[in-house]
Design a protein around this ligand. Structure first.
Ligand code: HEC
Ligand SMILES: [Cu+2]
Length: 325
């Protein structure tokens, strides 16, 4: 019976820090809870009705030291815990450079994961040990929540919005991946596995492509898949970067990360969210000097295809637009 997993394993650097904070708060609560509990029991026994206690009439009514003590000590402790938690929160949610990037799409009722080199996995996610990982998560339908208890990370998968979370797996092994937001009938079946591999094994896995049952080898990297969508189902190249196009459309080279002037006078930075919106709902932000003739791709392209297209447009960032935009 002692096999009951009261506490998940701790398998990430950030998770270890969070566990330390968790146990500190728990022990503080136990310590102060014990003072109150045993203090109450002691006093209840000491001043019970049948006991001829001495100082019942001239009881102490106020003591400045005591009051300052029980005000200032909890204040300092609470502020320290706040500062500590805020630091750990930042470690997980604030952007950091140099991370291995994966894209996760939640949909009823599975997790779909995409690696930069094009490998796709369903309800399985392979990650390298000892390397910072950035997960970008979005939902294709309702709100889900991407949760790996062993890493102490959780992030909502919201339709129409990219959310990110950062962590560094430390222990190779197999860990649960849960959906922790009730998302319909088979919510409880929306379970996957995270496999953390030692760095070298992970490189081999990446090179081989498949391995687990849920993985699919495609042979094309994410940006190459994006190029396929661009020229295939999306037919984006019938307007963009096409000298013979009937429609004047912006050159997408050099776009990602740049500042875009809009027809309504605003200026926005071309990030993932902007690219996504420009594809699904081009009317929302029309580029200055262009007609709003791009068709909306809402309902036409899947979230995976948008991620592939974005990777492709990102890869064009280093290139020069032909003859200015
Ligand atoms: C019918 C022609 C046409 C097609 C097809 C088309 N676009 Fe566009 N696109 C435009 C025009 C015109 C604009 C500029 C006006 C605007 O912002 O809506 C634009 C704007 C954009 C922008 C914003 C560019 C910037 O400089 O800020 C992106 C990104 C984009 N398109 C991507 C795509 C992708 C990806 C596809 C294929 C899935 C696609 N477009 C298909 C005509 C088209
Ligand atoms: Cu879900």
């Amino acid at each position: 019976m002692w096999n009951i997993p009261f506490f998940p394993p701790t398998a990430s650097k950030e998770g270890e820090a969070i566990s330390t904070l968790y146990w500190t708060i728990t022990w503080l609560a136990i310590f102060f809870g014990a003072i109150v509990l045993f203090g109450a029991i002691y006093l209840a026994v000491k001043y019970r009705a049948s006991n001829e206690a001495v100082r019942r009439d001239d009881a102490v009514e106020t003591d400045l030291r005591l009051e300052l003590g029980w005000t200032l000590i909890p204040l300092v402790l609470a502020l320290a815990i706040f500062g500590w938690s805020a630091k750990l929160y930042g470690d997980i949610y604030a952007p950091r450079e140099g991370a291995y990037e994966v894209f996760v799409v939640g949909k009823q009722w599975m997790w779909h994961c995409q690696h930069p080199n094009g490998i796709r996995e369903n309800n399985e996610l392979h990650l390298p040990a000892g390397r910072l990982v950035k997960v970008t998560v979005i939902s294709q339908d309702v709100i889900h929540a991407f949760s790996i208890p062993a890493f102490r990370v959780k992030r909502d998968a919201v339709p129409g919005r990219y959310n990110t979370v950062y962590f560094t797996p430390t222990q190779p092994g197999k860990y649960h991946l849960f959906c922790t937001e009730y998302c319909g009938t088979k919510h409880s079946e929306m379970i996957g596995w995270v496999y953390v591999l030692p760095s070298e094994e992970f490189q081999q896995w990446l090179a081989k492509g498949a391995g687990g049952a849920g993985a699919a080898a495609v042979g094309l990297s994410l940006e190459e898949q994006g190029k396929q969508v661009f020229e295939g189902v999306g037919a984006c190249n019938s307007c963009h970067m096409n000298p013979n196009a009937a429609v004047k459309a912006p050159d997408l080279r050099g776009l990602f990360g740049s500042k875009v002037k809009l027809a309504d006078g605003r200026t926005v930075v071309a990030d993932e969210a902007y690219i996504r919106e420009s594809i699904l709902n081009p009317g929302a932000k029309v580029v200055e000097g262009y007609q709003p003739v791009m068709p909306p791709y809402q309902g036409v392209l899947s979230e995976e295809q948008i991620i592939q297209l974005t990777a492709y447009i990102k890869s064009l960032a280093k290139e020069q637009p032909a003859g200015g935009k």
